[in-house]
Design a protein around this ligand. Structure first.
Ligand SMILES: *[C@@H]1O[C@H](CO)[C@@H](O)[C@H](O)[C@H]1NC(C)=O
Ligand SMILES: *[C@@H]1O[C@H](CO)[C@@H](O)[C@H](O)[C@H]1NC(C)=O
Ligand SMILES: *[C@@H]1O[C@H](CO)[C@@H](O)[C@H](O)[C@H]1NC(C)=O
Length: 395
């Protein structure tokens, strides 16, 4: 990207031409975007941490063992669910291949024959590890924060496009998924004993980190970004277990979720939307779509049975027992954990992550429903999706 003449080699040119041919000749039905570029955490990781983990000489993390992946892929893929994630439904919806992990893909083969690349890593935070380490919080899973992911992307550009102009074209025609990211800035801190009040003070920094990453991507040419907010974390089995037995007044009596934690998500989402508005004002030519994960998911938490989640919304399908089938010392895939028979009737998969059925429902609310602003359907139509993924049976 810097000075092409210095980095030219025969293989580089060959790789480039191959890539360009694929890039321009691949014709996908939706036609809105030629690729997906994704940043985020376990809600979007399609295999990066699994690849990073496989290099270590240690037993694999529980996410990378069966029953993860059992429903759709029939094996663990590095996705933190029983099947597909929202990013997989997005790819299917706009008629692109599932987005492959960056880690493990090499050099100019990065996007060859697979128009998209995913930098999301399980456990990733929006803020750098140094922010959390200064507060005594260690990330048990990864130090690949949002900044690290952006650096991977910028470095990889040298091998997938010829010069700044060419890279700009490539990025312009991509749908960029910015998150969800930021949830782990709360998760790791809360799970290592920080108070909710303290964690709330991180939010402005988290939003700043997301905003500056978006601005850098816009400088690189980004024209369409989808930016999800946080899920209602007060509804997750992890926190319902951690704060088990709180005063009755701490619970939302229409859902059983923890009010204070949901307010934390809502506050994050509010500041995120203010930040997005400011970016929109500065860049009227860029489409920035807010994805309202919180309210899309709250539909299910309010009326699980109405949407087919007949086992309720709060108890995990796979876990180590207890009132919400979650026990941090007996995670899903642990020999002593138990697994539900019908994951599609559960919202919560392993305590923190959702089932494929829940992700599909949220996807549909976002991309065919009103939970994106501006509505995704008005930016790029995903009609006809029913035939592709059989969504009509789930709602
Ligand atoms: C993150 O970085 C610190 C050093 O800053 C290191 O001690 C720790 O092991 C790293 N964590 C992971 C999960 O790689
Ligand atoms: C739920 O809480 C609200 C106030 O917080 C109260 O007015 C209402 O009666 C409660 N409903 C039930 C079913 O307990
Ligand atoms: C979690 O599992 C461990 C190990 O089986 C057990 O000792 C502990 O009591 C469990 N915790 C809860 C809250 O059930």
């Amino acid at each position: 990207m810097t000075n092409p003449s210095s980095s030219f080699s025969f293989s580089f040119i060959t790789g480039f031409i191959t890539l360009q041919l694929l890039w321009t000749s691949t014709c996908y039905a939706s036609g809105c975007y030629t690729s997906i570029i994704s940043f985020g955490d376990s809600l979007a990781d399609t295999g990066n941490l699994k690849q990073l983990d496989s290099i270590k000489n240690e037993p694999p993390l529980h996410f990378f063992l069966p029953p993860y992946g059992e429903t759709f892929f029939h094996k663990p893929t590095g996705r933190c669910s029983n099947g597909r994630l929202i990013i997989d439904f997005i790819a299917e919806g706009i008629r692109l291949p599932l987005v492959q992990p960056f880690v493990g893909a090499k050099g100019n083969r990065l996007m060859e024959s697979r128009p998209g690349v995913n930098f999301a890593v399980v456990g990733a935070t929006a803020l750098d590890s140094s922010f959390h380490e200064a507060r005594g919080v260690e990330n048990p899973l990864t130090n690949s924060s949002l900044r690290v992911q952006l650096d991977w992307f910028k470095q990889s550009l040298q091998s997938i496009c010829l010069n700044a102009q060419d890279c700009k074209h490539l990025i312009e025609r991509s749908l960029i998924l910015m998150g969800e990211i930021g949830g782990n800035d709360f998760n790791h801190a809360l799970q290592s004993g920080k108070s909710i009040d303290e964690v709330e003070t991180y939010i402005p920094y988290v939003i700043e980190a997301i905003g500056s990453t978006i601005n850098e991507l816009i400088d690189l040419g980004a024209k369409t970004l989808l930016v999800p907010g946080n899920l209602p974390i007060g509804c997750s089995a992890v926190y319902l277990t951690m704060y088990y037995g709180s005063d009755k007044g701490e619970y939302d009596n229409s859902t059983g979720c923890l009010i204070r934690l949901n307010k934390l998500s809502l506050y994050h989402n509010e500041l995120l939307q203010i930040e997005l508005n400011q970016i929109r004002e500065r860049h009227p030519d860029v489409i920035i779509i807010y994805a309202d994960y919180y309210n899309a998911a709250m539909q299910i938490f309010r009326s699980p049975k109405k949407y087919g989640f007949t086992n309720g919304a709060l108890k995990a399908c796979c876990g180590g027992g207890g009132p919400f089938n979650y026990n941090s010392s007996v995670p899903c895939a642990h020999p002593a954990s138990n697994l539900c028979l019908q994951p599609h009737t559960y919202v919560n998969w392993d305590g923190l992550h959702l089932t494929e059925a829940a992700y599909k429902f949220i996807y549909k609310s976002l991309f065919q429903g009103p939970y994106t602003m501006p509505q995704f359907n008005h930016v790029c139509s995903t009609q006809g999706l029913e035939e592709v993924v059989g969504l009509s049976s789930s709602m």
